[in-house]
Write a protein that binds this ligand. Structure first.
Ligand code: NDP
Length: 502
């Protein structure tokens, strides 16, 4: 047989001599249970699907690198950021959030923006979105929020009442709702959008000084969005358009790139700042904390196998390296648990051994052992306990992160802060958006909110009104609602808030 001719084998390498005819007793059959090849083929097929991600199910990814362009060593000792010109391999995945694995890429939804840096200190994951803020600031609300974006438990249909009912009862969502219903809610594709950490993280340097930081990945392709009409057309003509666009661009050699910038805040500034720096529903205005350049991310290699490299890619905001740590942001704290937990559910307890998830520039070395699908790759043999006197791996005190002070009563505490939920959404509407942005925002809201019950429309429109009276009035007009009713509901929201903050 010619060298290059591949023989079909079983999963265990044994040659298969016929893959077209099941083994039967007589002709045409019945089929014999001793046809192990048939049984194995069917059994594997029956198990091809793994649970899809409960959020961010539909996505596309690519390999690339990060190159440092600016010295940030006074803020962080992260080794991959230690020198201008230093390059680190990475894998990035972009996604929609609420839809199933087969849903359309052009849906109005935030886009996930996750990057895994394979650093010499282990893997560092930046797991953000294309929006700088989020709908809610407490992880206890997250499962409820996501349920409202999914299908109705009775009809199995997307339900505008569920969607707007929750949002209108959760005024902290207004900032993100305003971004989502602007044309940034339907990016032209994954290449033409920014990525943000949304959360605040900690950076710390060699001296043990720490800083609060927010990440901004600015697209070098330029921001481009779809209008509502273009997105609707795209959903029916090419539901996978963003997945296709990313793959084809890289295949053509047009490598998409993003500039990484960070905003930095000292702990003294954080104590006095007018916004809560750990509230994910707020940004840090650029005028207060100007973005500082850090480096550049380039995606230059497509996956060879979608399932292995993209479907099984397991990011976690809890994957830190020395020099980077968490902040007290409550949503982040919830995610530190949920991501690893999801991967254990979807991929099993040894998901970190899969090639796309395993560290590449350093070996993992610890005393965790066994479990489903263990390949023995983590440290392997003896000793399997710590402390030991047989030369097993020991902790490195040099990598200790700075201590931060926390105080207060352990209780379920209502979030109260002098700055309200509406000011930044209002600023975005008034100061940042152009008149055509505003017109598209109103049109996008009216065409969606118009499908919800009238009492829900009123409650949500009062929230738009609280952000900015012109914003609320134009939505009210578009929906044919009484402005008087909207104003009196807005007044009630004001009074309820005043009572809560007394
Ligand atoms: P700035 O004028 O300094 O920044 C406004 C930023 O808003 C721009 O730099 C751009 O950020 C982003 N932006 C521009 N057009 C739109 C749009 N149509 N929809 C959403 N974002 C847009 O003002 P501030 O820093 O005081 O922020 C004002 C408002 O801008 C915020 O309330 C927030 O809604 C929004 N914003 C602020 C960001 C921040 O980190 N400060 C980041 C993104 C939005 P970019 O260059 O990142 O695209």
């Amino acid at each position: 047989m010619a060298e290059d001719k591949k023989i079909l084998t079983s999963n265990f390498g044994a040659p298969v001599y016929n893959d077209q005819n099941s083994m039967t007793a007589g002709n045409p059959g019945p089929v014999l249970i001793q046809d192990v090849h048939l049984l194995e083929k069917l059994a594997h097929f029956d198990r091809e699907r793994i649970p899809e991600r409960v959020v961010h199910a539909k996505g596309a990814g690519a390999h690339g690198y990060f190159e440092v362009t600016n010295d940030v060593t006074r803020y962080t000792r992260a080794k991959f950021l230690s020198k201008v010109g230093k390059r680190t391999d990475l894998f990035a995945r972009f996604s929609t959030v609420g839809g199933e694995k087969g849903s359309a890429d052009a849906e109005r939804d935030p886009r996930g923006f996750a990057v895994k840096f394979y650093t010499e200190d282990g893997n560092y994951d930046m797991v953000g979105n294309n929006t700088p803020v989020f709908f809610i600031r407490d992880p206890l609300k997250f499962p409820d929020f996501i349920h409202t974006q999914k299908r109705h438990p009775v009809t199995n249909l997307k339900d505008p009442d569920m969607f707007w009912d929750f949002l209108s009862l959760t005024p902290e969502s207004i900032h993100q709702v305003t971004i989502l219903f602007s044309d940034r809610g339907t990016p032209r594709n994954f290449r033409h959008m920014n990525g943000y950490s949304s959360h605040t993280f900690m950076w710390y340097n060699d001296k043990g000084e720490y800083f609060w930081v927010q990440y901004h990945f600015k697209t070098e392709q330029g921001i481009q969005n779809l209008t509502r009409e273009e997105a609707d057309r795209m959903k029916s003509t090419d539901p996978d358009h963003a997945t296709r666009d990313l793959f084809d661009a890289i295949k053509r050699g047009e490598y998409p790139s993003w500039r990484l910038e960070v905003q930095i805040m000292t702990s003294e500034q954080a104590e006095k700042y007018r916004f809560d720096p750990f509230d994910i529903t707020k940004v840090w205005p650029h005028a207060d904390f100007p973005p500082i350049p850090v480096g550049r991310m380039v995606l230059n290699r497509n996956p060879e196998n979608y399932f292995a490299e993209v479907e099984q890619a397991a990011f976690s905001p809890g994957n830190f390296v020395s020099g980077i740590g968490p902040s007290p942001d409550k949503m982040l704290q919830g995610r530190l648990f949920s991501y690893h937990d999801t991967h254990r559910h979807r991929l099993g307890p040894n998901y970190h051994l899969l090639p796309v998830n395993a560290p590449k520039a350093v070996a993992a070395n610890n005393y965790q052992r066994d479990g489903f699908m263990s390949s023995g790759a983590t440290a392997g043999g003896y000793p399997n306990y710590y402390p030991n006197s047989f030369g097993g791996p020991a902790p490195d005190p040099e990598t200790e992160s700075p201590a931060i002070t926390v105080s207060g009563q352990a209780a379920r505490q209502q979030y109260i802060h002098p700055n309200d939920d509406f000011v930044q959404a209002g600023d975005l509407y008034r100061k940042v958006m152009t008149e055509s942005d505003r017109a598209n925002l109103i049109g996008n809201i009216v065409s969606h909110l118009g499908n919800a019950q009238k009492r829900i429309q009123l409650r949500q429109t009062a929230i738009f009104y609280k952000a900015d009276p012109d914003y609320g009035s134009r939505v009210a007009k578009g929906l044919g609602l009484s402005l008087k009713e909207v104003e009196s509901l807005a007044q009630m929201i004001q009074e309820e808030r005043a009572k809560a903050t007394q």
